[in-house]
Design a binder for this molecule. Structure first.
Ligand SMILES: [Zn+2]
Length: 496
């Protein structure tokens, strides 16, 4: 067994008395699927955790409800305005190119596969993610504790880790992709990075089960008391829904539950596990079934459309379109029409539900032919306590007014989420959210027709479970918790 260099620094050894914390993120496990899995008995470990802990009010994702955005929100506590990560694909002003974190294989070819590999792993963490925010890993390790990350995409930390396999490192240097990254002390990322030899089976290949791989690494770390914070990321529930839709994902939820059971068993069962570990369990976003696809490009057909840095000169293009899953963003380049005119073109498509842009300093949100304008500050309040001045038709977000309070069931935390995307330095000037059952085709023409997708502002894609066990005191989160609240929960647990 390799030595665990910083083992002596862990919290319990230092006499700080707080429990270790296991942060479980189940990708794509929306609250309806979570509830169904628990009710139908396919998630017995999660059900047992609910019995010992607190299942908070339905928690709300970021917008877009896409994995890179949401994992960044959990890691930094910030929506895109603070994390600077606005989507799965976006146009990088200044570099005049698309960033692509992996919408689809075809989409990665728009800027080249080599660029996509660097974007998805190295650039996301070390170039695009805001340096002004500290990740949970940085916060925990700056306090002298030890953090572990298993397969989580937003992993930025303080420790340099070379690629796990020497042959892969040599190849990476030859073809010009990254050969090292900065992560937490205990850093495990598929077959690329592994700070300890855990004996977990490789997770390469097409039919690979990432959740089982994570369980093997997680159980190894639990057995050795090797962390204070462990981020345990399970992506297979999301992948199963992309293929089969939310209704076909119960077996994947059962497998995720079994992975959690494996780390619990590594501590000797639930009671000994919870004696030494607190737990936060949540999902990053939900999913909805895709029944129709929508191509946003024809709505902009009279304009010159940027088609990637390999094929287009941005000074000769009016707009760049970044669409993926259930969200689209339009960037205004040279001589573009006003944002309102671009939104008007998009709105004519059946697949577009909500569109939004900034005009005269106000957030303009349009849906079904009606429009509201929101400004920060004023006497209106959303359920999270943000102050707004909202004018126009609240039906644009199906907001219901109760005195000063404006809340929407259909578009939860809608005002905060739209504003925080439009305020992101890397977002498009015009953003749009897909209508029920629709998915936007990405730059490679790919889609998940017949399966599931996410990314929109709607409740289906956005409402997730948030469960805490053993946090002392039990956190009170208000009527509309957000995935951005988790950063503060982690800090609160460790007294940082
Ligand atoms: Zn997904």
């Amino acid at each position: 067994m390799p030595s665990l260099r910083r083992h002596q620094n862990t919290a319990i050894d230092a006499g700080l008395r707080q429990k270790k914390l296991v942060l479980i993120v189940i990708d794509g496990l929306g609250r309806p699927l979570f509830d169904r899995a628990v009710q139908e008995g396919v998630a017995p470990t999660i059900a047992a955790l609910i019995e010992r802990g607190t299942l908070h009010a339905p928690c709300v994702s970021s917008f877009p409800s896409l994995t890179p955005v949401c994992l960044s929100a959990i890691a930094t506590g910030r929506h895109p305005d603070g994390s600077f990560i606005p989507g799965l694909t976006w146009y990088r002003r200044g570099e005049d190119r698309f960033v692509e974190y992996g919408s689809s294989f075809n989409a990665t070819l728009v800027e080249g596969a080599q660029m996509a590999i660097n974007d998805a792993i190295l650039n996301l963490n070390h170039l695009h993610l805001s340096q002004r925010e500290r990740t949970v890993f940085e916060v925990v390790e700056d306090a002298g504790l030890v953090a572990a990350s298993i397969n989580y995409y937003v992993f930025r930390g303080r420790v340099r880790h070379p690629l796990k396999h020497r042959a892969v490192s040599a190849l990476a240097r030859r073809i010009g992709v990254f050969d090292a990254a900065y992560g937490p002390t205990r850093f495990h990322f598929g077959d690329l990075f592994g700070s300890e030899r855990t004996g977990a089976k490789p997770n390469l290949g097409v039919k690979v089960r990432h959740d089982r791989h994570a369980a093997e690494v997680g159980a190894w770390l639990v057995t050795r008391d090797a962390f204070d914070l462990m981020l345990f990321y399970l992506p297979d529930v999301d992948m199963a829904q992309h293929r089969r839709g939310p209704d076909g994902a119960l077996p994947a939820v059962a497998a995720a539950d079994a992975s959690i059971a494996a780390i619990v068993a590594a501590a000797g069962g639930l009671d000994p596990f919870l004696e030494r570990h607190a737990v936060i369990l949540l999902a990053d976003h939900g999913q909805t079934a895709v029944r129709e696809t929508c191509d946003l490009a024809p709505a902009l057909a009279d304009l010159d459309l940027f088609a990637g840095s390999l094929r287009s000169d941005p000074t000769a293009c009016h707009v760049a379109l970044a669409a993926s899953n259930r969200v689209g963003m339009v960037y205004r380049l040279a001589g573009a029409p006003p944002s309102r005119a671009i939104a008007g073109r998009l709105e004519r498509l059946d697949g577009v539900d909500v569109s939004a842009f900034v005009e005269d300093g106000a957030f303009v949100i349009r849906r079904a032919g009606v429009e509201l304008r929101a400004r920060r500050g004023g006497s209106d309040r959303d359920p999270r306590g943000n102050a707004w001045t909202v004018t126009g038709d609240p039906d644009a977000l199906l907001l219901v007014r109760d005195g000063a309070l404006l809340a929407s069931v259909a578009y939860p935390n809608g005002l905060e989420r739209v504003a925080c995307l439009l305020e992101c330095v890397n977002a498009g000037e015009v953003v749009c959210s897909a209508a029920a059952g629709f998915e936007f085709r990405d730059a490679g023409g790919s889609h998940h027709l017949g399966g599931g997708s996410h990314g929109s502002l709607s409740a289906d894609d956005s409402v997730v479970p948030l469960l805490t066990v053993g946090l002392d005191p039990t956190p009170t989160l208000g009527p509309e918790p957000s995935i951005t609240d988790v950063h503060a929960l982690v800090r609160g647990h460790f007294g940082i």
